[in-house]
Write a protein that binds this ligand. Structure first.
Ligand SMILES: [Zn+2]
Length: 512
């Protein structure tokens, strides 16, 4: 294709040799230099060197060798790429029609679009090299049952009346929904159709035929399959997106309509024809929950969740019940929830702005525990650090606490965050002070390590986190015999007398 684009233009021929040599393909550049009979004085230096000394052992020769190695590893990459499982056309080959004659075009118009209400449309152009745009080579029209690959190169202008009919039956027909891919030409590239297909259908598209000569005839079978799938997958992606939206009662069609008409998504719903049931007419109407993923009750220690930014308070409450809860930071992207869900097998808890029924954190906690059928026992309560979700604590004595206090004062360490920092960062809780207290009386599932598991001299946990001794009020240190240091963040907890009070108070009905 490059050869064709360069043609007889001597400047472009020289440029081609120069560019190929620039990319380290010296031998290939030499081949083209000979092919175009480029004047030797215009040859790049390393190309001339290779010509004069094909078996030489000079540094430039190494360049060529390394380019050969690159070539080999590039082949390896291709071989590896071939092992990737790609999304495949689910239709049998007989259902893909190459329309390359007027007769076939007529028969496609007669029968191909009967009873069709949705099509995927895609086109292929021969790649152009900047100077001019090539003409359309293929147009693929996919229905649910068939894909019609219109060979524009062969059909051309042979039958203008048939193209008019296609316009009338398909493109001018409001009863057929047309799906297409809009190339988003941003400088960053942006997500491709292949990425979307991978997200929706589990496998990416094989793009190895994308950069091929779509004007050359006959087309390779792989080219036709590639072209057919590019149009057909649009219907598959559409179906998946529509179903997912319907499952969560997201107004899919409304958003599609708004995107197409460029109107803001929150605009009033247009009056629609059809029998669609009214959605979200009543803002107070509760959104029905899908069924719980747990058919039977599960212990708190077995459940893993991630809380979206709107549910940070709930996340801390969940941790206080011993439930493994990741919490997004205020400025995190919501999509981070999805990453947590995928990487760590967590259920995502999120909350819209509108729904106001469950703004109370205690109610949210109850709702989550009921929904996931979580069993919280006394052993679970306060078994996780509310600051960092860690569940390993070092038990230390009062005398160690006093030593640590002396050490940290001597080190003139910057003051650690105070006990009430949580409130300052938006974790609402009127009794955080009370909660900083795992009960000592219970037999813990999680381990409490003896004193030597911390670095007293550095006032650090063995994971290197500063122990926040200064956050503990002096009267508390003299009152209690033991303290518990979170290994993962250094926060210090102590035994409280309020544990039973919490159980019979706000955790009533939650702890079994
Ligand atoms: Zn912690």
């Amino acid at each position: 294709m490059v050869q064709e684009a360069v043609g007889n233009d001597e400047d472009l021929q020289k440029e081609l040799v120069y560019q190929v040599a620039q990319y380290g393909e010296t031998a290939e550049a030499l081949r083209w230099a000979h092919f175009y009979k480029v004047d030797k004085k215009d040859w790049p230096y390393n190309v001339r060197l290779l010509e004069e000394n094909p078996d030489g052992n000079r540094p430039q020769q190494k360049l060529q060798q390394s380019s050969q190695q690159n070539e080999e590893s590039w082949d390896d990459e291709i071989q590896q790429a071939e092992q990737v499982e790609y999304h495949k056309l689910p239709l049998p080959p007989n259902d893909v029609f190459l329309i390359d004659s007027v007769v076939k075009f007529e028969s496609f118009l007669d029968t191909g679009l009967q009873d069709v209400d949705i099509v995927g449309v895609d086109c292929e152009w021969k790649p152009s090299f900047g100077s001019h745009l090539n003409e359309l080579a293929l147009m693929q029209i996919a229905t649910r049952k068939n894909v019609f690959v219109l060979d524009i190169v062969n059909l051309g202008n042979k039958a203008p009346h048939l193209w008019q009919e296609l316009g009338k039956f398909l493109f001018n027909n409001c009863d057929i929904l047309k799906l297409g891919e809009i190339p988003l030409r941003s400088t960053k590239g942006g997500p491709s159709l292949s990425t979307l297909v991978n997200h929706c259908l589990g496998r990416p598209l094989d793009k190895s035929d994308q950069f091929s000569n779509w004007e050359k005839r006959p087309l390779r079978e792989s080219q036709v399959t590639y072209a057919a799938l590019d149009a057909y997958c649009l219907i598959q992606v559409y179906d998946i997106l529509k179903r997912c939206c319907e499952e969560v009662e997201f107004p899919f069609e409304e958003v599609c309509y708004n995107l197409m008409t460029n109107e803001k998504v929150h605009r009033k719903k247009p009056k629609k024809v059809g029998n669609k049931k009214k959605q979200n007419d009543n803002p107070n109407k509760e959104i029905p929950q899908p069924a719980s993923p747990h058919p039977a009750p599960v212990p708190a220690g077995k459940v893993k969740l991630v809380c979206d930014t709107m549910l940070q308070g709930l996340g801390k409450k969940l941790r206080s019940c011993g439930i493994d809860s990741a919490i997004l930071e205020t400025h995190d992207d919501h999509m981070l929830c999805v990453k947590y869900a995928q990487d760590e097998n967590r259920y995502v808890l999120t909350k819209g702005f509108k729904r106001s029924k469950c703004d109370n954190v205690e109610e949210q906690l109850r709702e989550v525990i009921d929904y996931y059928k979580i069993i919280v026992t006394k052993d679970h309560v306060f078994s996780r650090c509310q600051a960092c979700n860690g569940n390993n604590f070092v038990k230390i004595s009062r005398s160690t606490m006093n030593t640590l206090l002396t050490v940290s004062e001597a080190n003139l360490a910057p003051p650690p965050p105070c006990l009430y920092e949580d409130e300052a960062t938006g974790f609402s809780s009127e009794d955080d002070y009370e909660e900083a207290a795992p009960p000592v009386s219970l037999t813990r599932k999680w381990e409490l390590y003896p004193d030597e598991k911390i670095d007293v001299g550095l006032c650090q946990t063995r994971l290197g986190h500063k122990i926040q001794v200064k956050a503990v009020p002096t009267p508390i240190i003299s009152k209690y015999d033991f303290f518990y240091v979170c290994e993962e963040c250094g926060k210090v907890y102590w035994d409280g007398s309020h544990f039973e009070r919490v159980l019979s108070g706000r955790l009533q009905g939650i702890v079994q």
